[in-house]
Ligand binder design. Structure first.
Ligand SMILES: [Zn+2]
Length: 253
């Protein structure tokens, strides 16, 4: 969907203009068991309020969209970055109700995302106990888990993310272990397990390192909104400074 984001520089308020601003939207009404038509008029209130103000277009950083709620949640709040070429902004976007128009709040700054890999220690333990016979001692399983934790903590989370699946939650990614990582875990487990026990553990590691396996780590993401240290610098390479538009331009968009 084509859309353009505009900011009134005097009121610091935003509107997102799309080709669908004037088209009707339909929502299913559970109680009445029918579709209801909602009249949309997202553009007009902004134009009326900021008619004589200076309005600028913002360029949105398309890869910056983030939310702390599941994708399936219709009323979630999202955040994204945008710039006017001189200042960087973080924009909060949400809806109060499903049929309400999107609302925006703007602040100067940028979004900092950190990634942390996590393994399911207790799931590994349970799965080994369920799959391997005769039972392996708790102490040996604990040592294996420590090896897995150490090997995974040394991996660069960015390389883990290159081969990851998004689950329903934007802040949790399911990763898989590369062959080279599996091999080093197997190699280190030779210090813990011998003979038949080692063979069983080796097979277990290979069988459980794909996306859904208990050995595969998750990457949990966190994001914070930071005040901009270098105004306008972060977008230097990609930004196209939009030409300022006057009220006449907006009215004919
Ligand atoms: Zn205004």
């Amino acid at each position: 969907m084509e859309s353009r984001l505009f900011r009134c520089t005097e009121c610091n308020e935003l509107t997102n203009m799309t080709e669908h601003d004037f088209s009707a939207e339909y929502h299913y009404d559970k109680e009445k068991d029918c579709f209801i038509e909602l009249v949309k008029n997202d553009r007009e209130p902004f134009i009326t309020k900021h008619k004589r103000h200076k309005v600028e277009e913002l360029k949105v950083n398309g890869s910056s969209f983030i939310s702390d709620r599941p994708y399936s949640e219709p009323l979630k709040t999202s955040y994204f970055e945008a710039t006017n070429g001189r200042e960087d902004f973080v924009i909060k976007r949400w809806r109060d109700r499903i049929e309400s128009p999107l609302r925006y709040e703007i602040a100067e700054g940028y979004i900092e995302v950190t990634n942390k890999s996590v393994i399911h220690c207790e799931n590994i333990r349970k799965q080994i106990q369920a799959e391997i016979n005769p039972l392996i001692s708790q102490d040996k399983i604990t040592r294996l888990i420590q090896v897995v934790e150490r090997v995974i903590s040394e991996l660069d989370t960015k390389s883990l993310l290159k081969d990851s699946l998004e689950l329903d939650h934007p802040l949790v990614l399911q990763c898989r272990l590369k062959n080279s990582v599996i091999k080093s875990i197997v190699e280190l487990s030779k210090d813990i397990f011998k003979g038949e026990e080692f063979k069983k553990i080796r097979d277990f590691i290979y069988d459980n390192s794909d996306y859904t396996g208990v050995m595969a780590p998750l990457v949990k993401r966190q994001f914070t909104i930071k005040p901009s240290p270098q105004i306008g610098k972060r977008f230097k390479k990609e930004v196209v400074i939009p030409t300022e538009i006057g009220q006449g331009d907006i009215l004919t968009l």
